[in-house]
Design a protein around this ligand. Structure first.
Ligand code: F0G
Length: 378
């Protein structure tokens, strides 16, 4: 231990003085959301931190969509697909698993449409805890399933949907010594609010609108909490208006009633009875925003646009917010100069099946230059 401490000190203090290029390395290294936003988060013992150095994701200014599709507004993408397991869940999971460790828990459990299970599995593996994940059978994207399996979680497929799986894990965690790491766990919300901090830190001001897809409604709750905390601590000069988007076939908040059989191509948000329903409505109403819905066709169009016009590969659920912004813009909702930040919640590689389904198929040619040239008409 002592030699480890010494070698870290060497890296941070001594090495940079030898090599001028490394001079700022010790200071610049991102330390994960708990250490970076220590004053805003509940973990109290450094040795309990379970981190994959999540957070610090890029806020990418739009290039072609801004010019070709939605002129007049300033559009930014908070690309959460670049977190360690490829989704925003890692921000919440680092706090939930660290707190589980702080409280002496040895097991975590969750229901998931895929990303929560991937993140829970990874953070549990890192901390030496056992992870149990319940997923809706046949309705989870391949990349997410492969992650949960690779990280050694016990994967249980339920012949039902996410809402039913969540009901089961809630009941189990209430009676057994196992920590629930769905966003009902308040530490998940605490971690996820840090994305709002980063947006203000990176932009230098508060955006006019913040847009994101809504499934179980934890993330919209978390962002709103984050924006409010930065404002209360005078680190921000105002608040954005929150715009949430559900898929038409899974839009309980928009329709004002539980959807018994939710359906959408955006499997991540295929949820009919969100756990944080009330909090999402509060975020909408307090911020004077709205929660609307978009069709699968609109989601697919936005998904293709993100990849082909911006070079940013996100999963279908993430594209729901762009679909929503396009729809609102067509109705003249935005004013010139509005700054609109869109959270891209998960990486496109999570769901390779849909990418292959909606894209141009590759051709097969014989292995010679002439055949290729002929095909290319060059
Ligand atoms: N986008 C992606 C990629 C998601 O995985 C989720 C939720 C959401 C948006 C919606 O976020 O639930 O906080 O409103 N995925 C959960 C899961 C339900 O199990 O991975 P939310």
């Amino acid at each position: 231990m002592e030699s480890l401490v010494r070698s870290q000190e060497y890296l941070i203090h001594f090495l940079p003085t030898l090599n001028p290029e490394l001079r700022t390395w010790g200071k610049m290294m991102w330390r994960g959301v708990i250490r970076e936003f220590w004053d805003f988060l509940p973990v109290r013992k450094d040795e309990n931190i379970v981190t994959l150095l999540e957070g610090n994701t890029p806020l990418i200014p739009s290039s072609r969509i801004k010019k070709e599709v939605i002129p007049g507004i300033e559009l930014y993408f908070k690309y959460e697909g670049l977190n360690p397991t490829g989704s925003f869940k890692d921000r919440g999971m680092t706090v939930a698993v660290s707190m589980a460790k702080e409280m002496g828990s040895k097991m975590v459990i969750c229901a998931s449409t895929g990303n929560t299970s991937a993140s829970a599995a990874a953070y549990a593996a890192r901390s030496g805890m056992k992870a149990y994940v319940l997923i809706p059978e046949g309705k989870i994207a391949l990349g997410k399933l492969s992650q949960a399996m690779a990280h050694g979680a016990q994967v249980i497929q339920i012949e039902g949907n996410f809402d039913e799986a969540l009901h089961i894990v809630r009941e189990i965690s209430e009676t057994k010594p196992i920590t629930l790491v769905n966003s009902l766990n308040p530490y998940r919300i605490e971690g996820q609010k840090t994305a709002a901090f980063e947006i203000i830190d990176h932009l230098g001001f508060v955006p006019t609108y913040h847009c994101l897809p809504v499934g179980n409604a934890g993330n919209i709750t978390a962002y709103w909490k984050g924006y409010k905390e930065y404002w209360e601590k005078e680190k921000a000069e105002g608040l954005p208006r929150m715009l949430g988007f559900q898929a038409e076939g899974a839009a309980p908040i928009v329709r004002g009633k539980v959807v018994e059989h939710p359906e959408t191509i955006a499997t991540a948000i295929r949820i009919g009875n969100p756990a944080s329903w009330k909090q999402a409505e509060a975020a909408r109403d307090e911020s004077e925003g709205l929660i609307d819905m978009v069709s699968d066709k609109e989601i697919e169009t936005a998904y293709v646009m993100m990849a082909s016009l911006e070079g940013i590969f996100c999963e279908p659920a993430s594209a729901a917010s762009l679909a929503g912004v396009i729809k609102l813009n067509q109705k003249g909702f935005f004013k010139k100069g509005d700054v609109v930040v869109l959270t891209l919640t998960g990486h496109g590689l999570k769901d390779p099946d849909i990418a292959i389904r909606v894209s141009q198929k590759p051709v097969s040619l014989p292995p010679n230059k002439e055949a290729v040239l002929e095909y290319l008409c060059l």
